[in-house]
Design a protein around this ligand. Structure first.
Ligand code: BGC
Length: 760
């Protein structure tokens, strides 16, 4: 009898827990408020939880399959609101994604009536979908100084991501790449905050579309990683940053502000600490600055396991429960757990104990549901690949090729070594010459990008593209140095430099392709900023043959090459141009296309002289009277904004409509730009300013605006910038913006003028 009763009870519990829910339809803010008021605490906490897909399935004969019991536990018992990542994490077909995510949605709706929001790092195209389009990485888009390319790349990526039934990406990344040692330099648009802000908000428009409610060809975004992630004191990933708050607000906050004002659906938080406090518990920055000051109603998600990191790595909490309490109270709305459901139980306890208020929980859940509503998930939880015929199309591939062409930077071209003449014998050498992995970098088919050669076998490496463009008979290939693709990203095989030197003797010219193998995040940490010793030795021994060398730099951050740069005739930095990078480079080298990329970061010359273009003026002029003169000149390999073309541009007649101005005015700045060479070319016109005297040490220069134009030979154009005077202000030590009276220098190309701010 007792046994029977127990069985009946268990069956009732099962029914109570697993009874199917009706699909919820939330169409307005009122619907959201009303629905949250009806939800149980467990349902609410479930919506605040994100798990990695590995938790709800297992591997069978090399394939990842969803597992019924695990799905029931996560999505029906715990009502988890979000799943992320590719299993493995390796790319899958659109059909696989469709089946997988629609099954997850089915369970989620059965669990609490609310579809899941699935998220993928589609960081430079469809990272995690096979057959999709891979664009240049963001660092390249930064080098293009052309927001239209970012718009197109994001629009196509959104379309192809919806073709995979995925509505959400952890992109764009707008950390500033201000430390060349950092392994995530290439995920951003470079070192400048304006470039990151403009590219970031343009990408939001491309991903999400123009409307607040996102249609089924667009996706939600998660701007990352809020904030000051990229300037760790150690130069290593996920380690502490220390910086004055005025710089935090003026530079690091700026691109996030621009993105949330552009309607970003969510923001992901910096894994590290800033000035001693882990960002995940910093209520001032998460809630005050990001949410309250801007009025942003989007959703804040943690980065990977970052609540656990609060007590396991950062040691600011004694246990997981305290860590959850601190993070949720600071403003976190969803936690990327990603393995552990104890988050749900502990957060329920925290609310019951009064340590986290129901108001905070309701606010977080409303933010999650609002995001799901804007993504259209309540109306149509799934999108089917058959409705996306342009997935991986030739037109998308062409867009990636055009983007790659505009992002490569010509840094040196002695005696017009380039364009290359047809019919010459070219030795193609170096570890980056025949590798799709190197062209793409990380976040390419797999997290570390290791399988790109297998997955992009239909695309051309530099070697293959050179063979196609210049004729197989004219190309000799001898790598000289190769990466050990089974080892750590920096590992190289025993070099065979003598073979490359022997091959060079048969060639007229050498294309030496050097740089880095792919890496992502912490595995890309670095001990030595110099290019590898083997690769530099290769270039030195090749130079000894007397044959001219074109150096192709292909990597995610600037590796020092000051000892080999003088030995080569030409240098092209292709950064990480993606799947079409080989073809783009061959076309540029042949002169079919013209170079127009500019350095998105300062390329250092020496390991102990690391700086950014907007250094403070006193870093430069080091005269100490009466002791001895010392020279603290900033000495870099190539400055931010530097880049050559096959044509030349002359700047003249810089003029401003007002020589004196007050706060609130708009300055109209004009400059004439003329193509004085004999080839069509694109030019990035960069407007810099310098505050001549200020109450905190002013910066050498600040980029205030940029425009990319195209001019035919002999053509002249007047470029106009409308510059609000407030753009010349800086944040003082009081944390407020100041536009101080006095002189400002404006500079475009070689043109300068001075304007004066009057006391208001
Ligand atoms: C990275 C994020 C990424 C997340 C999800 C983390 O390790 O820092 O950039 O979006 O994983 O894959």
């Amino acid at each position: 009898m007792e046994k029977l009763l127990l069985t009946v009870c268990l069956a009732m519990v099962h029914c109570a827990v697993f009874a199917d829910q009706k699909a919820v339809k939330l169409r307005t803010e009122q619907d959201i408020i009303a629905h949250v008021a009806k939800m149980t605490l467990e349902e609410k906490v479930g919506q605040m939880t994100e798990l990695v897909i590995d938790v709800i399935g297992h591997w069978e004969k090399g394939n990842f399959v969803l597992d019924n019991d695990k799905l029931e536990r996560a999505l029906i018992k715990y009502k988890v609101g979000s799943i992320l990542n590719a299993p493995g994490p390796v790319a899958q077909t659109p059909e696989y994604w469709y089946k997988t995510i629609s099954t997850i949605n089915e369970y989620s709706i059965r669990g609490c009536g609310i579809p899941c929001v699935y998220g993928l790092d589609q960081n430079h195209g469809t990272t995690y979908t096979l057959g999709g389009t891979l664009f240049p990485q963001n660092i390249n888009l930064g080098a293009s100084f052309n927001p239209e390319l970012a718009l197109k790349a994001a629009t196509i990526t959104a379309y192809e991501t919806r073709a995979s039934n995925c509505p959400w990406t952890y992109s764009p990344t707008v950390d500033l790449s201000r430390d060349p040692r950092w392994p995530r330099v290439w995920e951003n648009f470079g070192e400048d905050c304006l470039v990151n802000a403009v590219m970031g908000k343009t990408m939001i428009e491309g991903f999400q579309g123009k409307e607040k409610n996102i249609d089924r060809y667009h996706i939600g975004t998660s701007v990352k990683h809020f904030m000051a992630y990229g300037i760790a004191r150690t130069g290593k990933d996920r380690t502490p940053s220390y910086l004055p708050e005025f710089e935090l607000r003026e530079k690091h906050f700026a691109p996030f502000k621009a993105c949330v004002e552009a309607g970003a659906t969510s923001v992901m938080v910096n894994s590290g600490s800033v000035n001693g406090i882990p960002m995940h518990i910093n209520a001032k920055y998460l809630t005050q600055w990001l949410k309250e000051e801007t009025g942003w109603d989007g959703m804040l998600v943690t980065d990977w396991a970052d609540i656990d990191n609060l007590w396991k790595r950062e040691m600011v909490a004694a246990n997981k429960k305290d860590a959850i309490c601190m993070a949720i109270n600071a403003g976190i709305d969803m936690t990327m757990e990603p393995y552990d459901l104890s988050f749900c139980d502990l957060l329920v306890e925290l609310v019951r104990e009064g340590r986290v208020s129901m108001e905070r929980i309701d606010d977080a859940v409303r933010r999650v549901l609002r995001m799901k509503m804007r993504m259209g998930l309540f109306e149509q939880p799934d999108t089917n690949p058959k409705d996306y015929p342009e997935f991986g199309s030739a037109a998308h591939r062409k867009a990636a090729l055009d983007a790659a062409v505009e992002t490569m930077v010509l840094l040196k071209n002695q005696n017009n070594t380039l364009p290359l003449q047809q019919g010459k014998n070219i030795l193609v050498t170096g570890p980056n010459a025949n590798s799709m992995r190197c062209l793409n970098g990380g976040w390419s088919y797999t997290w570390q990008g290791k399988d790109a050669d297998k997955n992009a076998s239909d695309k051309n490496t530099i070697l293959e593209a050179m063979q196609q463009r210049f004729g197989k008979d004219n190309i000799i290939y001898e790598a000289g140095v190769t990466y050990n693709n089974d080892g750590q990203y920096w590992e190289e095989n025993e070099p065979e430099i003598a073979k490359a030197v022997a091959a060079a003797l048969k060639a007229d010219i050498i294309l030496a392709c050097v740089g880095e193998n792919s890496y992502t995040e912490t595995p890309g940490n670095l001990d030595n900023l110099a290019l590898s010793a083997n690769q530099r030795q290769l270039v030195k021994e090749l130079a000894a043959t007397g044959k001219p060398i074109i150096l192709i730099i292909n990597g995610g951050r600037p590796r020092l090459i000051s000892d080999i740069e003088p030995l080569v005739s030409a240098v092209v930095d292709i950064l990480l141009p993606g799947n079409e990078g080989g073809d783009a480079l061959a076309r540029l080298l042949a002169g079919d296309e013209n170079f127009s990329g500019r350095m998105p970061y300062t390329y250092p010359r020496h390991s102990a002289s690391l700086t950014t273009y907007d250094y403070r003026v006193s870093e430069e002029t080091g005269i100490m009277e009466g002791v001895y003169d010392y020279n603290a000149q900033v000495n870099v390999q190539w400055p931010f904004g530097y880049g050559l073309s096959y044509t030349t541009f002359a700047y003249s007649n810089l003029r401003v409509d007002k020589s004196e101005f007050r706060n609130g005015d708009i300055l109209t700045v004009n400059v004439d730009v003329k193509n004085t060479g004999n080839r069509i070319g694109k030019e990035s016109v960069l407007l810099f300013s310098r505050d001549m005297v200020a109450s905190i040490v002013p910066e050498s220069r600040r980029l205030r605006a940029f425009q990319k134009i195209e001019l035919k030979p002999g053509q002249q154009q007047t470029v106009t910038f409308r510059l609000p005077a407030s753009d010349l202000a800086f944040v003082g030590i009081d944390g407020k913006w100041h536009l101080e009276p006095g002189a400002f220098k404006l500079q475009i190309g070689n043109q300068h003028c001075t304007v004066t701010c009057l006391a208001s």
